[in-house]
Each structure stands twice: as structure tokens, then as C-alpha cells.
Ligand binder design. Structure first.
Ligand SMILES: Cc1cc2nc3c(=O)[nH]c(=O)nc-3n(C[C@H](O)[C@H](O)[C@H](O)COP(=O)(O)OP(=O)(O)OC[C@H]3O[C@@H](n4cnc5c(N)ncnc54)[C@H](O)[C@@H]3O)c2cc1C
Length: 453
């Protein structure tokens, strides 16, 4: 079977890799001059800047397995132990995130009342309604408003750069949804999972894990996959149209002859996917177009270590919306992965924009850098010097927002495509926003495409 894969981000590359591994002939068509999509690692002036994702969690096996298959087993690199400490910016200061229940109870992240409410979680009855629920409503119901706003909001910002009142719990955090459905609550569910893991019954870890990458950044994985696919992986070939020709598909892409294939995997952002399927599955267009993306900008700044107002003694920090700051999260990149800044210098990577401040992406680089330096000075507790290195990356369509009704939209798009026979969906707009989710979808595709599922 010949399969055309459209889109050469991690979703498309992993899909092509897995389909070829299952015996398919594949051809991958990427619009840009290079593969990778949001995954891009740039080495410049002694700094290593990640344009998009910073790493993946080793608690989910998918990316690790793919990296090993692509020959990168020996290059897998875990975040430095010095990055184990994480902070939250709360009440105008950086506060260390607790490592466990004891430090949580002793710490000042929540008021005594907020802690008591959170500890009552096991006694909150499970919700049985099948109606979609927002992340904010779920968190407020289970652990109380204070914990929802001070702890869950920044965690959601760190992943979705999104608005907890609009995101769907079961689409955005399916594991948390299942913990309540299967075990009656979060604490009960976590205890059950820990027991199962100890007994060797459940090898799937929870969301915890260690951030993992490669010495040259995540771009190493892209290069390894693209070069492993060799002649099958094309760049600068934006797909313009799909046509049904008998039982096969004709894929028209700029920069070369049309390609005929038995099946097509669309690993493109959902608005592009909507355009491509409009003539063959018009019913999929609405649901795909309704999936919104939050814009995000990455501002990577280099500073002499001596000029910083505090030690970069951890992973970095997240900022809850209640603090009303203009940054979403700050990663102390050269602490997480030492060697990503020249000697005596530090690399700080700040994410701005998101659902909270989309307008910040309209600022020019100079103004955006100024905003970030000001915000870093406030949040890190002292004035920062002018950066000696700066790189700004804008992602107008940064992170898909799995808003209420997301799973219905995915189901509707899939249902509309089913009768076409041979058109399949992938990509972080639909099946999970992390790299591990993208690769998990790719792992599932051979069975779907070859009808062996
Ligand atoms: C700032 C930021 C930080 C992030 N941090 C993390 C993190 O730390 N950990 C993590 O797990 N995830 C993170 N993510 C999410 C992660 O980057 C994405 O989930 C993942 O890279 C998406 O891959 P994808 O292949 O689905 O989509 P994309 O990377 O968007 O790839 C889609 C591809 O389709 C191509 N394309 C578009 N139109 C066409 C066409 N007509 N024809 C052919 N090709 C086309 C595009 O050029 C692109 O290459 C982050 C994302 C952002 C933006």
C-alpha cells in the first residue's frame, strides 16, 4: 500500500516512519523548506535555542521508542538534576513548588482554608454527567477554587497557554477525567495507580516524568527521522489539493508531479486539513475549522550569570493568570540542559502570548524583548541587565485549544471522512498537544490505515 503523508512536523514524520515500518510505501510532503514544524533547534552564538518544544517527558514511552528506532538511543539526554526544583510566581514572589504532600502542607502556596479544601478531595462525590466540563469547573469542584486558580491554572498555561474556563477536561486532560470516572476521585485514583504500578500491573506512568531531549536539542530527532526516510521525505512541497481517482488518491503538491496513493494521512494544522478535505468531505470542514489555536511567542535571552538578580536554581517558573503578568512561563534553559549557553552565561526562555495576551505577538522584536526583560525583572525579584543575546520566535498558530466540545468535533470530522475511504487524520490539533501524543497517534496509524484495528 502506498500512503502519502501531508505535513512534516513530528506528527507526519512519526506517521511516515511507523507506516513504512508496517510495510507501506510512503511519501511525505512538507510545505516548508525544512522538516520539523514546531520542532526546531537553532545553535547560534554559543546558545542552543528551541523554537518550539523544549523536550518530552520520559514517563511516556512513545517518543523514547521512536528516538531509539531512529538510532538516537545513545543521545537521549535527561534534564539536569539542578532543574528538579520548580517555582510558581504567586503573591508577587517566586515560591518553590512542593515535592510531596509534606512540603505542600508546610508551604505557603495555599491558605490554610485552601489546603483543607484540597485535602477534602477524596470526599467529593464523582460527577456522573456525560456533559463536557471545563478544566476550571472540574478543578474547582474537586479541589476548590483557590487551588484551581493558583495551582491548576499555571499548569494548564504551561501546556496549553490556554484558558481553563474554556478547555475541555476530557479532551485536554483525559487521564484526570479517567481518574475520577474509574476511581471516584483524583487522590483515590492516584493511590490505585501507584498500587498497580508497584504490583507491575500498570506500566503507564502519570504525568510526572523527567524532561528529556538530545544534546543538539529536539531537532536531532527531526533530522534522524527525515534522513532515515531519505528520498521519501520531501520539503518545499505544499499540498494544494486532494482528488479521488477511482480507488486511489491523487495528491497535488507544488514543486513536482502529482502523487498517487492508496491512502493519505493529513498531519497538518486543522485549518489546512479543513481546506484540503473541503471538496471530498465537506462535513469535516466545520468541525476542523472550529478548533482554535492560541498564539505563542518564544523569547530566548542570554545574560551574563553575574548580572542576574537570583540564581537560576531550577527549571524555571509558571505564572497563574491571577498575578496579571505579561509572561506565561519562564524556563531557565541552561540549567535544565547545561551547555546551552556560552561559559559564564545563562539562557532564559520565556513564553508569552497564549489565550491570555495574544496581542503581545503584534509587538516588534525590540518591544517584545523590552516587555520580557521588564517582566523578568519583576518576577525574578530584581533588575536584569540588558540581554547580550536575543532570539524571538512567533507562532501565530501556536497551541491548539481543546475547548468544550473538542471530542465531538474530532468525532464529527472522523465520521465525515470515513466514507471517503483512505483519508486519515493526525496532528496535535486533534489527538493531544504534546510530542508524546503526536507520536502515540502515529503509533496507532498503521492499524487504522491498513484496517487491522
Ligand atoms: C512554544 C511551544 C512550546 C511547546 N513546548 C512543548 C514541550 O515542551 N513538550 C511537548 O511535548 N510539546 C510542546 N509543544 C507542542 C509541540 O510542539 C507540538 O505538539 C508538536 O510539535 C506538533 O507537531 P505536529 O506535527 O502535529 O504539527 P506541526 O509541528 O504544526 O506540523 C505541521 C506541519 O504541516 C506543514 N504544513 C502545513 N500546511 C501544509 C501543506 N499544505 N502541505 C504540506 N505541509 C503542510 C507545516 O509546515 C508543518 O511542518 C510546544 C509548542 C509550542 C508552540
Amino acid at each position: 500500500m502506498k500512503v502519502a503523508v501531508v505535513g512534516g512536523g513530528i506528527s507526519g514524520l512519526a506517521a511516515a516512519w511507523r507506516l513504512r515500518g508496517a510495510g507501506c510505501e510512503v511519501v511525505l510532503l512538507e510545505a516548508d523548506p525544512c522538516h520539523g514544524g514546531k520542532v526546531r533547534s537553532e545553535a547560534v552564538d554559543g546558545y542552543l535555542v528551541e523554537h518550539g518544544p523544549n523536550g518530552f517527558l520520559d514517563s511516556r514511552r512513545q517518543v523514547l521508542e521512536l528516538a531509539r528506532d531512529a538510532g538516537l538511543g545513545a543521545r537521549i539526554t535527561q534534564a539536569d538534576l539542578a532543574a528538579a526544583r520548580r517555582y510558581l510566581y504567586l503573591d508577587g514572589a517566586l515560591k518553590e513548588a512542593p515535592h510531596g504532600p509534606a512540603s505542600f502542607l508546610a508551604g505557603s502556596l495555599l491558605s490554610a482554608r485552601g489546603k483543607a479544601r484540597m485535602l477534602a478531595e477524596p470526599f467529593v462525590r464523582a460527577r456522573r454527567s456525560t456533559e463536557d466540563e471545563s478544566v476550571l469547573d472540574f478543578a474547582t469542584r474537586r479541589i476548590g477554587r483557590e487551588a484551581a486558580e493558583r495551582l491548576v491554572d499555571p499548569m494548564v498555561t504551561g501546556i496549553f497557554a490556554g484558558d481553563t474556563s474554556r478547555l475541555s477536561l476530557r479532551a485536554a486532560f483525559p487521564r484526570l477525567h479517567r481518574l475520577e470516572q474509574d476511581h471516584g476521585g483524583l487522590m483515590r485514583g492516584m493511590v490505585a495507580m501507584m498500587r498497580a504500578r508497584k504490583a507491575g500491573l500498570d506500566s503507564a506512568s502519570g504525568p510526572a516524568g523527567t524532561l528529556t531531549s538530545f544534546p543538539g536539542g529536539l531537532g536531532e530527532l527531526i533530522v534522524a527521522l527525515a534522513s532515515g526516510l531519505g528520498q521519501a521525505a520531501h520539503t518545499a512541497r505544499p499540498v494544494r489539493a486532494l482528488e479521488r481517482i477511482g480507488h486511489r488518491w491523487r495528491v497535488r503538491a507544488a514543486g513536482g508531479e502529482p502523487i498517487e496513493a492508496d491512502a493519505v494521512v493529513l498531519a497538518t494544522p486543522t485549518d489546512v486539513t479543513a481546506r484540503l478535505v473541503a471538496s471530498v468531505a465537506p462535513g469535516a470542514v466545520g468541525p476542523l475549522e472550529d478548533i482554535r489555536y492560541a498564539p505563542a511567542a518564544v523569547v530566548a535571552l542570554g545574560f551574563p550569570v553575574g548580572g542576574l538578580p537570583r540564581p537560576l536554581d531550577g527549571f524555571g517558573y509558571l505564572v497563574p493568570s491571577g498575578e496579571r503578568r505579561r509572561v506565561l512561563g519562564v524556563l531557565w534553559s541552561s540549567t535544565i540542559f547545561p551547555g546551552r549557553a556560552p561559559a559564564g552565561h545563562a539562557l532564559i526562555r520565556t513564553i508569552v502570548g497564549g489565550a491570555r495576551h495574544p496581542e503581545l505577538l503584534d509587538l516588534d522584536d525590540e518591544a517584545l524583548i523590552e516587555v520580557v526583560v521588564t517582566e523578568l525583572s519583576v518576577t525574578m525579584g530584581g533588575a536584569l541587565p540588558a540581554p547580550v543575546f536575543a532570539r524571538v520566535v512567533r507562532w501565530p498558530q501556536g497551541i491548539p485549544q481543546y475547548e468544550l466540545g473538542h471530542l465531538d468535533r474530532v468525532a464529527a470530522a472522523e465520521a465525515a471522512l470515513r466514507p471517503t475511504g483512505g483519508l486519515h487524520l493526525a496532528g496535535n490539533g486533534l489527538y493531544g498537544v504534546s510530542l508524546a501524543d503526536c507520536v502515540a497517534r502515529a503509533d496507532a496509524l498503521p492499524a487504522i490505515v491498513l484496517h487491522t484495528d
